[in-house]
Every structure is written in structure tokens, then in C-alpha cells.
Design a protein around this ligand. Structure first.
Ligand SMILES: Nc1ncnc2c1ncn2[C@@H]1O[C@H](COP(=O)(O)OP(=O)(O)OP(=O)(O)O)[C@@H](O)[C@H]1O
Length: 311
């Protein structure tokens, strides 16, 4: 049985004057998922997250959190969300405990539950030892943990983290990634990043956005499948429709000078059929090899293809 839908956004659009920051974006988050929102700087990730968390009114579209309309009933809908904005909202002059206690009040936790909520959020985020320390004296990685702790204090089913590793050193990045993966066992998470390996490390599903539009939306293994490609070169120009119809070919595109790039289906290796089709049609196959593109290359291709089509 499919798990419960926690966030359902349809046709989300946000304009800033003439700039369309997010355009007609649909997004679904189900129970137990870690969804990655991946895109280059300025793609619209923060704008999307601000809308999803009720911190920015959309110019168009609808958002439901656990079936509650964020527009019609924002207070009830937001109760199910924890949010870490791109700039962590921590107060350097407070201790970790003072700050989390203050946040517990903002989340409306009953006084009798605050102590236990603090203990559990600190435990989940590896902060138990630093409760009495001033936030301003903590490393950036620990400050980020504090930001995450305030997002989970009230144990919301959904946690939304905007670029949680920006500005951290490689060790801190690794620690925060591990923490997000751990959180994914308890919470459903949306995490944004402009760094592909980040999303690869923690997410099951990825949504790639560029210039405010979704350019790819699938699970990561499907993106991995796209990475396997076959390159062929012919003496004579083949019929592209016939190439596309070859057994095992999901897609084909010309690379110029009678070179073609094939994306195979996941079931069948099309190389033998390409050879047969070439012999049958007299295309003169002179080169055929498999090539594995990195996910990084696919990401750049997807996001820059969108830039090209916009231009
Ligand atoms: N308050 C604003 N006023 C005008 N334009 C804005 C505003 N906020 C964002 N934008 C524009 O909207 C677009 C999307 O911005 P957004 O911050 O959502 O992107 P992002 O993917 O989060 O990028 P980054 O990782 O750099 O924060 C950009 O072109 C940005 O310049």
C-alpha cells in the first residue's frame, strides 16, 4: 500500500515583480521519504521551501500539509512542519538549552513536555554535551545542528532543510549528512542543495529544478540508469526514427557527423540490434561503444538544457 501523502503542492508559482522564481511546480512528499530538491544557485529552491513552509505566499497554486490547506488553515498545517531556513535562525548570545527552550515556546509545546522534547532533540542531533554552551561559541557545524534541533523539537512528521551544509567544512558536511540520513528514519524530509553528491548521499528521490521549473523528477536509481549510454557512428546517415525503434533503445539523439547517443531501456542491451539494423539498412556502422556518464554530467546537461531552451 502506498504510504500517506504528507505534502501535496500543485501548480506552485511565485513571481517577484517580473521575475518568475518558481513556475507551476507540483510536489508530493510521502511518509518515510527523503526528497532532494536539487538545482543550481537561483533555481528557486529557497522560494519553493519558503512557500511549502508557509513563510512566503505563492502567487499561484495550492499546498496541503497532511490534507490541511496551508492557505486556509496555516496554523494547523504548519504544526506538522519543522523548517531549517538557509540562514539558521539561531541566537548566538543564548545557550543551546535557552534557545531550544525559547523555540519550544514558539512551537506551543506544553510546559510539562518541554524538558523531554529538549532532551530528545538534543540526543537526535548530537547536542547532549553542549546544552550549556553559548551558541556563538560553537562551530558552524554545531550551530547547524542546533538549527536542525529547533526544527524537530515538536516532532513534526515533515522536516524541511534548506541547504543545510552550506558553509561547512568537509568533516562537518559529512556529519550533517549522516544526521539527515538518521532523521530520515523518523521523519519525512525535504532537503535542498546545489550539490549533487549531497543529494545522492541522503535522498531516495530527487527533483531537479532550473529557473523555477522541474527538469527531472524520479528516484535516483532511474537517474543512474540514464547515466548508461551507447555511442554509435555510421558512415552514412541512418534514419533516426528507425534507430529509435531498435530493440532496447529508449531514446536516441544525434551528436553531429553521423554520431548518435542511445539511452538503453533497463531491460535489454540494444548493441546487437543496432549492429543488425546497420547491416540490414547499409548504414556502415564504424563505431559502437558503451559510455557511462557521471550523474554530475547529467545534472549539468539537464539544467543547462533548460537554460538553452529558455534562451
Ligand atoms: N525577495 C526577492 N526579490 C526578488 N527576487 C528574488 C527574491 N528572492 C529570490 N529572488 C529571485 O528568485 C530566483 C530564485 O531564487 P531562490 O533564492 O529561490 O533560488 P535558490 O535555488 O534557493 O538559490 P540559492 O541556492 O542561491 O539560494 C532567483 O532569480 C532570485 O534572484
Amino acid at each position: 500500500m502506498a504510504s500517506e501523502v504528507l505534502i501535496q503542492a500543485r501548480g506552485l508559482t511565485r513571481r517577484y515583480g517580473p521575475t518568475v522564481a518558481v513556475e507551476n511546480l507540483d510536489l508530493t512528499l510521502r511518509q518515510g521519504e527523503i526528497l532532494g530538491l536539487l538545482g543550481p544557485n537561483g533555481a528557486g529552491k529557497s522560494t519553493t521551501m519558503k512557500m511549502l513552509t508557509g513563510n512566503l505566499a505563492p502567487s499561484g497554486g495550492e499546498i496541503e500539509i497532511k490534507g490541511i490547506s496551508l492557505r486556509e488553515n496555516p496554523k494547523a498545517a504548519k504544526r506538522h512542519l519543522g523548517y531549517l531556513p538557509e540562514q539558521p535562525p539561531v541566537y548566538p548570545e543564548l545557550t543551546v538549552d535557552e534557545y531550544l527552550r525559547f523555540c519550544a515556546g514558539l512551537h506551543g509545546l506544553p510546559a510539562g513536555e518541554i524538558g523531554a522534547a529538549l532532551d530528545s532533540a538534543k540526543r537526535d542531533c548530537g547536542l547532549t554535551e553542549v546544552g550549556g554552551r553559548l551558541i556563538g561559541n560553537l562551530s558552524k557545524g554545531y550551530q547547524q545542528r542546533v538549527g536542525i534541533a529547533q526544527a524537530i523539537l515538536h516532532r513534526p512528521p515533515v522536516v524541511i532543510l534548506d541547504e543545510p551544509t552550506v558553509g561547512l567544512d568537509p568533516i562537518q558536511i559529512r556529519e550533517i549528512r549522516t544526521l539527515i540520513a538518521e532523521l530520515g528514519k523518523t521523519y519525512s524530509v525535504i532537503v535542498s542543495s546545489h550539490i549533487l553528491p549531497e543529494i545522492q548521499a541522503v535522498c531516495g528521490r530527487v527533483m531537479i529544478i532550473a529557473r523555477g521549473r522541474v527538469v527531472y523528477h524520479e528516484n535516483l536509481s532511474a537517474l543512474q540508469d540514464q547515466a548508461a549510454q551507447i555511442i554509435a557512428e555510421f558512415r552514412r546517415t541512418p534514419d533516426i526514427a528507425e534507430l529509435g525503434a531498435v530493440l532496447g533503445v529508449a531514446a536516441v539523439e544525434g551528436m553531429g557527423e553521423n554520431r548518435y547517443r542511445f539511452t538503453p531501456t533497463t531491460e535489454v542491451d540494444p548493441r546487437e540490434s543496432i549492429v543488425e539494423a546497420s547491416v540490414r539498412n547499409g548504414w556502415g556502422l564504424i563505431e559502437l561503444h558503451a559510455q557511462n556518464r557521471s550523474l554530475e554530467e547529467i545534472f549539468v546537461e539537464l539544467t543547462s538544457a533548460d537554460l538553452r531552451s529558455a534562451a
